[in-house]
Design a protein around this ligand. Structure first.
Ligand code: ADP
Ligand code: MG
Length: 240
């Protein structure tokens, strides 16, 4: 599980995360919502050690992510990450893109890596695009390719940072459907999202971030239908 205790993150004078306490259990789907600049992306970067922290701790399966002697590269293999926009390698086919990390990071044989790639591309509904180059894929397909690339490393956790925000509206659904499938399969997921329907229908819990504080966390019914915090109420009134 992921255990975050009193996490503080500063960028110079800017206090971006102000004491976050959060547990995410195995199999749980957590959606993180909140205004732009509230620290949602920074939280994900602190979880996978793309950013250092100034106070507190993040533990993944009991291992302190930010401890000096932690093998970050090994730890990151537990964490798949999907960003708003992921640039796949343009000169490699979809299958070669997905096979790359298993081959290089995990040392799989070429045949094994390609088999994993084919399996994961089928998993995300791109079984008919194995030989396509990224430029021949739509935005939604490219995001599903990004998800397949992450899954090919057999992560135990998936972190999504606004995976659908850069997409044309008609492509959002196919990516959300893929995320929903992973949730149904039992993947542990933290999804930073502006898709309130997804947050409400797919998440076990929803966290609302406001100015670097986790203002409120609870089941979707609480957050969407009877929020406690005034800030949460105001935010939801504006996004609906
Ligand atoms: P969100 O994802 O909720 O929109 P972010 O986590 O990206 O918010 O950013 C939170 C705050 O931290 C913002 O004020 C942003 O400008 C600032 N910030 C993010 N990354 C950096 C950085 N690398 N250097 C300086 N400030 C940053
Ligand atoms: Mg962000």
């Amino acid at each position: 599980m992921i255990e975050i205790r009193d996490l503080h993150k500063h960028f110079g004078d800017l206090h971006v995360l102000k004491g976050i306490d959060l547990d995410v259990k195995k199999g749980e789907v957590l959606s993180v919502i909140g205004s732009s600049g509230s620290g949602k992306s920074t939280l994900l970067y602190c979880i996978n050690s793309l950013e250092k922290i100034q106070q507190g701790s993040v533990k993944i399966d009991g291992i302190d992510v930010h401890a000096k002697n932690t093998d970050v590269n090994k730890l990151r293999q537990k964490l798949g990450m999907v960003f708003q926009q992921w640039n796949s390698f343009p000169h490699l086919t979809a299958m070669e893109n997905v096979a790359l990390a298993p081959r290089i990071v995990k040392g799989k044989s070429k045949e094994e890596a390609l088999y994993i790639a084919e399996t994961q591309l089928k998993h995300v509904g791109l079984g008919d695009k194995l030989k396509n180059y990224p430029s021949a894929l739509s935005g939604g397909q490219q995001q599903r390719l990004a998800i397949a690339r992450a899954l090919a490393m057999e992560p135990e956790y998936m972190l999504f940072d606004e995976a659908t925000s850069a997409l044309d509206p008609e492509k959002v659904g196919e990516v959300l459907d893929t995320m929903r499938l992973l949730a149904e399969e039992g993947m542990t997921m933290i999804c930073v999202t502006h898709e309130m329907g997804f947050a409400r229908d797919v998440s076990d819990r929803v966290a609302y971030f406001h100015q670097g504080v986790m203002e409120e966390i609870g089941p979707p019914e609480q957050i969407f239908y009877s929020p406690i915090s005034e800030h949460t109420k105001k935010f939801l009134a504006n996004v609906r």
